[in-house]
Design a protein around this ligand. Structure first.
Ligand SMILES: NC(=O)c1ccc[n+]([C@@H]2O[C@H](COP(=O)([O-])OP(=O)(O)OC[C@H]3O[C@@H](n4cnc5c(N)ncnc54)[C@H](O)[C@@H]3O)[C@@H](O)[C@H]2O)c1
Length: 488
């Protein structure tokens, strides 16, 4: 087996950079990786792209591994010495093996998702030319041969406070951070008075928040805090402007539940279509009567040929589009803020962009995937519901306040629309008197779109990475406000 030395590896990385050019739009200066499309990532990616030195991790798909396993440790250590290593690409397998050893390096996970077939072909040719074995199998990797990164010097001791969390415990985070000399204190302060929250977080340099309200009056008193991380996607409980005003970086985790919310929206669409909630009742009444009684269950329409309207076509909306392509839908979307580039790409795949009124009028299923803003608050109201077909369904997995619930309840009771699938509520959990509880055409779930084992771990790891980055003086992965570097 030929050994890959550093020069060859560097050459290979340049080739990899050539590959990356496929995804780099020189006109807009933006990268076209969908998952990495947030602005902060673009900024960093652009800067590092110019620096021309990346390390590819061998991975399950081995598109960037090119069988450099045996020399990987050597290469990494050498590059580390030269201070030339700052970003690694890899799939899940590689990450599991190398995450600890490379924890001071930016890791891009799931790289293989991007046009991996084309890259694989290139990888095979390259390996052949270089008399290397191309491996397309999961491989056992051992990170023990990598030098421990000189992290102890880089990581500053730091206090992290979690205001509230949904995990059974935070032992995983506590242990990982303790190894780096970072202390973590976890509380459950949801619904607790602000003063109590303040007492818990006042000395924290990093605050991780789930549902606790982070208000201006709280933020203005946080002398030590440099980073607030929201556990999840929506951040309506955090006053971002106040964070910016007080020089606190605010980060969130927008990309750990995309598949899950999309799957949940699709589940609700299907559950609506097949009247799943009433179907169970039909079964029970038929069983009690000893004969089938389908009254109340029909009509049922097949999905093929129907129109699915996406209100908002960002990360989750377009994932629903991708996943639903095989069911024969016509797709329309309303998204006034989508970039021309993404719009054109989605149009090329069969999406038709329309205005809001057309979306409500033409859709057989409307699935909401916008962000909550003044513009989208109660975007589903008497007026827009009046545009919908009597056979149409509304699905909301985005945010509760987008739907005027009394208006929806009236439309459902008066059979002006056929049904609704609702995962999110204006007040959570909703009060027992929520009108929708009494309406059988409303299929309801407890704000669980985000949930899956995979998403749960992905978000924990992503938050941990942000904390480690902060301890190293680096910016978080997905920053919401304009505080890019730590000012305190
Ligand atoms: N149910 C859950 O558990 C759960 C979990 C995660 C996210 N969410 C919610 O899902 C929603 C979508 O998240 P995402 O990650 O896809 O966000 P995103 O930012 O990727 O996409 C939102 C899209 O909405 C568009 N938009 C903004 N204003 C609009 C308007 N007035 N009309 C139409 N489109 C508009 C934006 O241009 C963007 O393309 C958010 O509201 C988020 O809070 C819910």
């Amino acid at each position: 087996m030929k050994k890959v030395n550093l020069n060859e590896a560097a050459e290979m990385f340049d080739q990899l950079n050539d590959e990356l050019e496929w995804y780099y739009n020189k006109e807009t200066g933006e990268f076209d990786f969908y998952n990495l499309e947030d602005k902060s990532m673009n900024e960093r990616t652009k800067k590092e792209f110019k620096a021309k030195c990346w390390v590819a991790l061998p991975s399950r798909w081995d598109i960037h591994g090119y069988r450099i396993m045996e020399d990987f440790a050597e290469t990494v250590n050498e590059l580390r010495k030269q201070d030339r290593l700052f970003r690694a690409l890899g799939g899940k397998g590689a990450f599991r093996c190398f995450k600890d050893a490379l924890h001071d390096i930016d890791l891009i996970e799931d790289w293989y998702k991007f046009k991996h077939e084309a890259l694989k072909e290139k990888a095979k040719v390259w390996c052949e030319e270089n008399k290397l074995e191309y491996v397309d199998e999961p491989r056992h990797c051992d990170s023990s041969s990598l030098d421990s990164p000189p992290n102890s010097a880089k990581i500053s001791p730091m206090k992290v406070v979690v205001t509230d969390y949904i995990e059974p415990d935070l032992d995983f985070e506590t242990k990982k951070l303790a190894e780096l000399g970072v202390s973590l204190q976890a509380h459950q302060l949801k619904f607790r008075p602000e003063e109590e929250v303040f007492q818990a977080v006042k000395d924290a340099e990093v605050i991780v928040v789930n549902m606790v309200k982070i208000t201006e009056s709280l933020v203005s008193r946080l002398d030590k805090c440099k980073l607030i991380i929201r556990h999840g996607v929506g951040y309506d409980n955090v006053d971002v402007e106040a964070c910016t005003k007080h020089g606190i970086q605010f980060a969130y985790q927008p990309d750990t539940s995309i598949d899950d919310v999309a799957e949940h929206a699709i589940t609700l669409i299907f559950a609506c279509a097949r009247h799943l909630f009433r179907a169970r009742k039909t079964l029970e009444t038929s069983s009690a009567a000893g004969k089938w009684d389908f009254s109340g269950l029909f009509p049922i329409y097949r999905l093929d040929g129907k129109t699915l309207g996406l209100l908002g076509c960002g990360r989750i909306g377009s994932k629903v589009f991708q996943k639903m392509k095989g069911f024969g839908f016509k797709f329309i979307a309303c998204d006034p803020y989508i970039s021309d580039r993404r719009k054109a790409a989605l149009e090329a795949e069969g999406m038709r962009f329309v205005d809001k009124e057309t979306l409500f009028r033409e859709s057989d299923y409307i699935s909401i995937h916008t962000l909550l803003s003044d513009e989208t608050r109660h975007i589903v109201n008497d007026e827009t519901l009046a545009l919908m077909k009597p056979t149409a369904y509304l699905v909301n997995t985005a945010r509760g306040p987008m739907v005027d619930v009394p208006a929806l309840a009236r439309a459902l009771r008066e059979k002006r629309i056929a049904g609704a699938g609702i995962d999110v509520f204006e007040v959570e959990p909703p009060p027992p008197e929520l009108e929708l509880f009494d309406i059988e055409t409303a299929i309801l779930s407890p704000h669980m779109g985000w949930a899956s084992e995979e998403a749960g771990w992905a978000i924990r790891v992503a938050i941990l990475d942000d904390i480690v980055a902060a301890a190293q003086g680096k910016p978080a992965r997905c920053i919401v406000n304009s505080v890019k570097t730590f000012t305190r």
